[in-house]
Design a protein around this ligand. Sequence first.
Ligand SMILES: [Zn+2]
Length: 489
Amino acid sequence: MSCPRVLFAGLFHETHTFLEGATGLDDFQVLLGADILGCKGDSSPMGGALESAEEFGWEVLPAVDFRATPGPTVADEVVETFWRELDARVPPQVDAVYFVLHGAMVSRSLPDVEGEMLARLRQRVGDVPVFGVFDLHANFTSCMAGLANGLVAYRENPHTDGRQAAQDAAGLLQRCLITKQIPRMYWHHPPLMWPPTGTGTATEPMRSLEDFARQMEAETAEFWAVNVVAGFSFADTAETGVSFVVVTTGSEAQAQAALERMGSRAMQAKESGNVTDPSVAEAMAQLDPVPPGLTVLVEPSDNIGGGAPGDGTGLLRALVERGIPNSAVAINDPEAVRRLSGMQTGGRAVLPIGGRGSQLDAGPLSLEVELLRTSAGVFELEDKQSHLASMCGDRFDMGPCAVVRHGGLTILLTSRKTPPFDLGQWRSQGVEPAELSVIVVKAAVAHRRAYDPIAARMFWVDTPGPCTSNLRSLPYRRIRRPIYPLDTP
Ligand SMILES: [Zn+2]
């Protein structure tokens, strides 16, 4: 076999369509042409695939790689720029395509960006094998299944195997190039979706589904790969949800039979994947009376690390309504900080607080507050090994801040949303979190490194917000119905 010419491209974004705003071109890390080769050997899926390419002796034709962290709906400009750059780098003759995808990208105009890009690419490259890798939080589509030959999903969540899955997919492409056998993909989407909290592969239902998929791969010679796709439920598209994909050189009937078996197993386990948090009322019952030590109330619906605005009023309202003493919450509200500027410490004002960042929130809460202090909001990280440190270095800039008090509740108002991953956020503002009775944290899991050492207990609470695990509270309009858990099947 002469050295096969393989076109390499990457397009990676997990789009949360319930977040306000847009993910623009500036939010993407863009690599063009030969710059992509710099990823070779690094820990990314692209890095793993390029290393495999070298091992197999492919001639790599690097085209374009766009990556961004999860965020709101992608601007059309991003997709058109991606396509223009890719289109310009498709040579007259290629033997195969290798695509690094996330698989849950949604733009203003396209609910299935990956499907559309595969369709346009097919037009350009013709009937050559198209292989690649994707994140198991993809919302896989019939279009993707029909237009690619061999896409391999990560098998682990948390994703410790992105690079390995990319190399497995490269191995399948090599098998295709050597044997001249070209597989195709079949896809099955049962009427089911799970919140991200229900998609960990160390626990049910994903663990059994992954085991079953590996068993089918091992037992069926025609199956090149069997993918369990957990889906990304924070995207409102027709094909959002859990699905299964078989890459096979066997018959359609054989593939469909396997897919049906996986689908029915998933439906049987549907409730175990619908991992939701207790209601505000349930959490507040635990605070009556307020127990000794620090109680951390975790508000995952307003998870700042997941792209939420950090100004949700769900738990703020609950603390005010119940008059919880010695409590605190940070709310990102530059408008409220501005209104307090120029006021003397000890001054009082009625202030609308929070509730502007998401239409899912009840809206700003007006409170009479006393101003305790104002600051520039820059703090030195206490934990230089934290996730926050990896993002920002030694200091974090919360923007101008104000600390105010309403009864027993202290509110830290910030001008830049601040992931609650470092206690310096509070101590720099004169508040000692370890001495509080109750503190609200807008996160899902990543706050634990900072808060576990000072917390006597932690309660996760369901409030309205874009990152809620209670999927029934999100305003789906486009998703195909019926679907669990929105409908009773
Ligand atoms: Zn993922």
